[in-house]
Design a protein around this ligand. Sequence first.
Ligand code: ADP
Length: 521
Amino acid sequence: MDFYTLISLINGIVAIFFGIFVLSRNPKKSINITFFLMSVGVTIWSLSYSAWLSVDNFSDALFWSRMLNLGATLIPIFYLHWILNILNIVRKKIIILIFGYFLTFICVINSFSLSYIKSVDQVLSFSFWPQAGPLYVVFLIFGYFGLTSYALYQLFINKKNVDDKEKKQQINYIIIGSIFGFGGGATNFPLMFGLEIIPPIGQIFVILYIIIFTFATLKYHLFEIRILLTEVLVWMIGVCLLFLPFSMPTGELKILTSFILILFLIFGYYLIRAIREETERKEELEKINKMKSEFISIVSHQLRTPLAAIRGHSSMLKSGDYGELSKSSIVGVNYIYQSTIRMIELVNSLLNISRIERGDIELKYSFFSIEDLIKNCIKDIEILAKEKKLYIKLIKPKSVFPQIYGDAEKIKNAINNLINNAILYTVKGGVKIKLSQEEKMIKIEIEDTGIGIEPTELQKIFKSFSRGKGGTELYTQGTGLGLYVAKNFIEIHKGTLSVFSKGKDRGSTFTIRIPFNNNKI
Ligand code: ADP
């Protein structure tokens, strides 16, 4: 078997395998149906290609070369239909699609006539290369190049309007796969017109495009790949076991190996089913989580505007901009103002959480002084510390501290949170903030003499909406969101946030480590 025969055989088997696999995920989805039909086209083309290369007489060669071109004729239209499905614009482009199907239909019914493939001739080292008739030229211009270029064009222009990052990535993969597949396939054409410019080297790329398309169709979910690999393995072992009974010398061994085969088939069936069920469950959960994050994001955005208005107007009321207020009214307005500030913080935390969960945090990098940043955080909380009669000490190195490169706002948010907590959860004593350098990292320790944290709660408090027992008793208005956001903001800077506490009423120390320049790590 020569190189081209083998490559085409592999292409055909891989194409039909992936086609069936994608279809079996959901046979009712038109994306999957069109992908499957395209794979059928590739399979007819590839398997006929290897059959055509293996025959040694003119009439068989003519038959298989017509078969292979019949397969090639089907690919562009199913490809276009598949792409329009992915972009969700089938209805909008229905006229083009109907034209494509009509053209394909005309070509298919003529695929065994002289007007399509007129003959097979010797070119290069190939004894029977198909020679194109006039209708084949029409197919090449309007079908192969026309329909696929139109699909690619749609991919490019629609990519800009896609918000979903995953979908954008999927489109990028499809564009790369299309260039490989159709570019590779096109290397077959010059020889059909007697032009011996390049040999059909692109054939080898076809396999790449099938694999890239499959992963793109499955949106490269890791779970899907797991099912795919399990199925491949089960099928491969199954096929090997199928031949085993025939090769056994005695009747008993034949029965035994058949029995093993049956057991394996039952086991394989349940294994695949279990993995599929688990995958579907995980997918469902992922979907619900995504919906939850989107819901939180929408609600929070809607809440921000009215809250900002309440904050602004209550602040003006407080400062007498709407006229003098009585003492008791000032108390009430102050209460409204403070509650609104808390609500705005909560909404901001919710927005941050939904961004973290969607992996959608934008970082605005700049060089800044961490020392100045900490001093600003201390200023923000000084009044509360004084009210509670707690000290705040900053211990910093004597030498000048290098600037760091990162998103100052996010790091400030994290440090603010930790200092706030230290003051909130401390009744007597105070807070020490120690800034130091540890190799290429900055180390910030925030140590308080507060209520401490039980060993069982040390890791739990970093989860969203999670609060400690002591914390809930001392400060009822907490939300359990601050540490979760802080940890994530530090981690996106390739840093760490850890906690240490000797236990209840024995204080806590939160430690941040961040690289000086997290962008260059
Ligand atoms: P919140 O403070 O709104 O509850 P956080 O995520 O900031 O949310 O903190 C989670 C929990 O961790 C708090 O409820 C508290 O039980 C505990 N905690 C955080 N910081 C401290 C601290 N410095 N001392 C004691 N407990 C703390």
